[in-house]
Design a protein. Structure first.
Length: 561
């Protein structure tokens, strides 16, 4: 309770995980909507006996809370034998007594139904008196929001076989598939040792086995998206939309887009077009590979490729969202890849790292794992469940923050941050603040520069250091005065002066002060000596600043040339 109350009063509000209620009256619809919301999302805690002063944004014990009466109500409300339950189905809950400032409270933990194999198949949880359509809720920040009809559909079909990919547009025929593409597909299966062709007399029979066409020879959605001449003839909105934004948020300036491209055609072509469009809008640097110099994008291609392929392969193709595209947004600091349809089946954010393949579109996934990419050097998808790991390793290899995965009931988003060691601005900044830094130290500082802080956990995730080595790197940067502790023993931030002063600021200071020592300049500009000395050395070498004594002299001062 001490931790919960500190959290609430620090925020001045409830949040996506904690809801405080006075508990003075009966367990009303507001109480049950919160139970529904927590059960349908990621779980949460309801505390009874705490009042909120909305004007002051503070929380305190409710002096009128009758603990025994409330405990009886709660215990009765969650009896599984109850004929008129507050919510249906009843989620798993844990009821505990606690106290705050010597006053008793009730702490009710609601567990997410998705984590329970039996309850997950009964979702969504809804307020019984309102029914599934109007009484199903989700938790968003500090409030309970009604689920949309699509979100209700998503939860109710979470563990059911999705057959949307097997739908057949009435007007589509075999002529709408690329013959060369399906021949290459069948050859790929044969070369892999598959028995696909055994017992078949025609290509159409083999394509039926792959669910490219149905028993009547009509192309399926999966077949059209993988092998169609132009799938958008039948599904106009099933393309990949790539937009380049000038600011860090959508529509944050008068210029809405710097570039926008509609990547259509069959998925192998659409995916490749989207990847190349993203790469064309990223910065690159020349790096040495053996005896040659090659251009390396600031986000590794493998991370972009895996994110885009996963988006088209695992998206929801049901009619409710056939009007939505896979959306790729390129911002100055990040790239976001979003697809309609949240995580399917038993996949959650917590188990995404498990190297196993679970897809709502098995036929499409099978096709993409055998179709060559337009370049012909690899398959469109690997379909082995290792895409997330490959994405993470690609980002780690370049010293970039790990991908951020965000899942809602109706959407899944991958965020790939652009900041790292590649931009000229970061490279210049690193050369001034820590010119002799190791690769690990550079990555730590780049993360601190981009995120505002760096921790042991980030170094473990990004460059694979164990905890002790990560602490050693960060402690070394503290000793060099380029990082400072951030309260948490394992977290560090840049000091206020870490944005090292420019040459003009140093020159202006010397113009005003005449001759100054490095220590006096350091104190005046509030920068560390370690970050200042390389800048002074460059100014001396360029002839803009003149030292008054040799480098070893304690009397060495600096003045404008």
């Amino acid at each position: 309770m001490d931790r919960i109350m500190a959290r609430l009063n620090r925020q001045g509000d409830d949040d996506n995980y904690v809801e405080a209620k006075s508990g003075a009256g009966k367990l009303d619809k507001g109480f049950w909507s919160t139970v529904s919301a927590f059960a349908n999302t990621r779980g949460g805690v309801i505390v009874l006996g705490i009042s909120e002063d909305q004007q002051l944004g503070s929380f305190q014990v409710n002096p009128d809370f009758d603990y025994r009466r409330a405990a009886d109500r709660v215990e009765d409300a969650f009896r599984h034998s109850k004929e008129d339950p507050g919510v249906t189905p009843m989620p798993r809950v844990e009821i505990e007594s606690d106290e705050f400032e010597d006053q008793p409270v009730i702490v009710l933990t609601v567990y997410p139904m998705r984590d329970d194999p039996k309850l997950g198949k009964q979702m969504p949880c809804f307020v019984t008196s309102q029914g599934p359509r109007n009484g199903s809720y989700k938790r968003v920040l500090d409030g309970d929001q009604r689920l949309s009809s699509y979100e209700i559909f998503q939860l109710s079909s979470l563990f059911e076989t999705d057959i949307a990919e097997l739908a057949t547009p009435p007007q589509a025929t075999l002529d709408d598939l690329e013959r060369a593409a399906w021949i290459a597909l069948l050859e790929s299966f044969v070369k892999s040792g598959s028995r696909l062709m055994y017992g078949t007399r025609t290509d159409a029979e083999a394509l039926e086995r792959l669910h490219v066409v149905d028993a009547g020879g009509k192309p399926t959605l999966a077949g059209l998206m993988a092998l169609g001449s132009y799938p958008q003839q039948f599904y106009p909105q099933l393309f990949i939309d790539v937009a380049v934004h000038p600011m860090a948020e959508k529509s944050a300036s008068e210029v809405r887009f710097l570039e926008r491209k509609q990547c259509d055609g069959p998925l192998p072509i659409a995916v490749e077009t989207a990847i190349q469009t993203v790469l064309a809008n990223l910065r690159t640097r020349a790096v040495e590979r053996g005896s040659a110099m090659v251009d390396e994008p600031e986000i590794p291609e493998i991370a972009i490729r895996e994110a885009v392929v996963n988006a088209v392969m695992h998206r929801d193709y049901n009619p409710q969202v056939q009007g939505r595209q896979v959306q790729i947004d390129i911002y100055p600091d990040r790239v976001e890849i979003n697809n309609p349809g949240g995580l399917w089946g038993d996949r959650t954010l917590e188990n995404l790292d498990e190297n196993r393949s679970t897809t709502r579109n098995p036929a499409l996934a099978n096709l993409l794992s055998h179709l060559p990419s337009p370049g012909g050097s690899s398959r469109v998808a690997e379909n082995q469940g290792s895409g997330i790991q490959r994405m993470k390793l690609g980002m780690q290899h370049q010293g970039l923050p790990q991908p951020v995965f965000t899942a809602t009931i109706s959407d899944f988003t991958v965020t790939l941050y652009r900041f790292g060691l590649l931009t000229p601005e970061i490279a210049s900044w690193l050369s001034t603040i820590a010119p002799d830094a190791s690769r690990e130290e550079q990555i730590a500082l780049a993360i601190a520069h981009g995120l505002g802080a760096v921790s042991v956990r980030e170094l473990k995730n990004n460059i694979g250091l164990d905890s002790d080595d990560a602490r050693g790197v960060l402690s070394g940067l503290v000793e060099k005065h380029v990082l400072v502790p951030a309260g948490d023993p394992d977290a560090f931030t840049l000091p206020p002066a870490a944005a090292v002063s420019t040459d003009e600021e140093i020159a202006r200071l010397l113009a005003d002060g005449g001759e100054l020592s490095a220590r006096e300049i350091s104190a005046a500009l509030e920068v560390s000596l370690g970050s200042l000395r390389p800048r002074l050395r460059k100014l001396v070498e360029s002839g803009e600043v003149t030292p008054t004594a040799p480098p070893t002299s304690r009397n060495r001062r600096y003045r404008l040339a």
